[in-house]
Design a protein around this ligand. Structure first.
Ligand SMILES: NC(=O)c1ccc[n+]([C@@H]2O[C@H](COP(=O)([O-])OP(=O)(O)OC[C@H]3O[C@@H](n4cnc5c(N)ncnc54)[C@H](OP(=O)(O)O)[C@@H]3O)[C@@H](O)[C@H]2O)c1
Length: 324
């Protein structure tokens, strides 16, 4: 354990949306470190949550509790008695009806329940979508934790996921201030890596489409990437480090889609990976720069993007989503 971190073994913590891609990894690492975990799921009997019961330590220290973000009492029931809460659950969609209300009011409900239950620290999973969507941003400047997405721009471009995550994060900071809660936020970029759950989540589809032949071209755009284990690790680091505060951008590197397909093709030539860019009449977009210094300062060592892509594909093969 890193110097200055608190020994948390034996504590009970809650992870919302435990069956999702990131949350499953978080539950796995928390159990490995000796935590007792309450994972909220919408349906504990659903087979899509079965993988959680197979995790090491789950039999002794994982309880799945039925809760919905829109049902405050169900959240309070799950959170009562927990020293820490990791609020990971959120819709991940660009449908405004499905996205905004559960993301925003769900986050308020979680924080209200944390305040009533006397939770010591809350870690909220926001997104780089709450950080970088701003047309007035200096493209050559470093994207860091001081940046906030522009809500009008998100609306105009119908980027309802970024809109919902930005409003939800702002609401979380406001609520935490009002209620005197200790809140720390992790802002991951596009998360890749091995899937523990049986279904495929949105960020994995981002890669899967290049392997199945469904994407004939790649976009002339750039994105930041990070390994799912590093994202889970970041959540635990900011929870356990007494000095942690504010937002933590969680990104390893920024790549053009052309770099992503080249890396995939070099490692997995057997797939129909696109070789042509989708024409948009613009010169090749340059990668912007993103800061991950705050997490590095807490001791996080990021997995290189190539390794992350490799592990993503191997996992998709092992789970039978693509043939070898
Ligand atoms: N993956 C990425 O690239 C990425 C990047 C940045 C930030 N994030 C953030 O990380 C978090 C997890 O994302 P993920 O990629 O792991 O997505 P995911 O696999 O789709 O997981 C989302 C989870 O949220 C739960 N959820 C959605 N609506 C809910 C509701 N009304 N009540 C209770 N639970 C609800 C889902 O439960 P059900 O299974 O019952 O639907 C699921 O467990 C989200 O907050 C997302 O915004 C993800």
């Amino acid at each position: 354990m890193t110097a200055g971190k608190q020994t948390e073994e034996g504590q009970t913590v809650c992870v919302t949306g435990a069956g999702g891609f990131i949350a499953s990894w978080l539950v796995k690492l928390l159990l490995e470190r000796g935590y007792t975990v309450r994972g909220t799921v919408r349906n504990p009997e659903d087979q899509k949550n079965a993988h959680l019961k197979q995790l090491e330590g789950a039999e002794e220290r994982l309880t799945l509790v039925k809760a919905d973000l829109m049902d405050y009492n169900s959240l309070l029931n799950a959170i009562n008695g927990c020293q820490g809460v990791f609020h990971v659950a959120s819709p991940v969609t660009d449908d405004p009806e499905e996205m905004v209300e559960p993301a925003v009011n769900g986050t308020k409900n979680v924080l209200d329940a944390c305040a009533v239950a006397g939770v010591r620290r809350v870690v909220f999973t926001s997104s780089i979508g709450a950080v970088y969507m701003d047309p007035s941003r200096d493209y050559d400047a470093l994207v860091d934790e001081n940046c906030w997405s522009n809500l009008d721009y998100c609306k105009e471009t119908k980027n309802w996921y970024c809109y919902g995550k930005t409003v939800a994060e702002k609401a979380a900071w406001e609520r935490a201030k009002d209620k005197g809660l200790d809140l720390v936020v992790v802002n991951p970029c596009v998360v890749l890596g091995p899937v523990l759950q049986s279904s495929i989540n949105a960020s994995i589809i981002h890669i899967l489409k290049y392997l199945t032949g469904s994407a004939k071209t790649y976009a002339n755009s750039v994105q930041a990437y990070v390994h799912v284990r590093d994202v889970a690790e970041a959540h635990i680091l900011v929870y356990e480090s007494p000095s942690a505060s504010g937002r933590y951008l969680c990104a390893e590197s920024v790549l053009h889609r052309g770099d992503v397909v080249d890396l995939l093709a070099s490692m997995f030539p057997q797939y129909p990976i696109p070789t042509k860019v989708k024409e948009d009449g613009k010169p090749r977009v340059k990668p912007w720069k993103v800061s991950n210094q705050k997490l590095k300062d807490l001791g996080l060592e990021f997995t290189p993007a190539k390794q992350c892509l490799y592990e993503t594909v191997i996992s998709l093969q092992e789970k039978g989503h693509i043939s070898k």
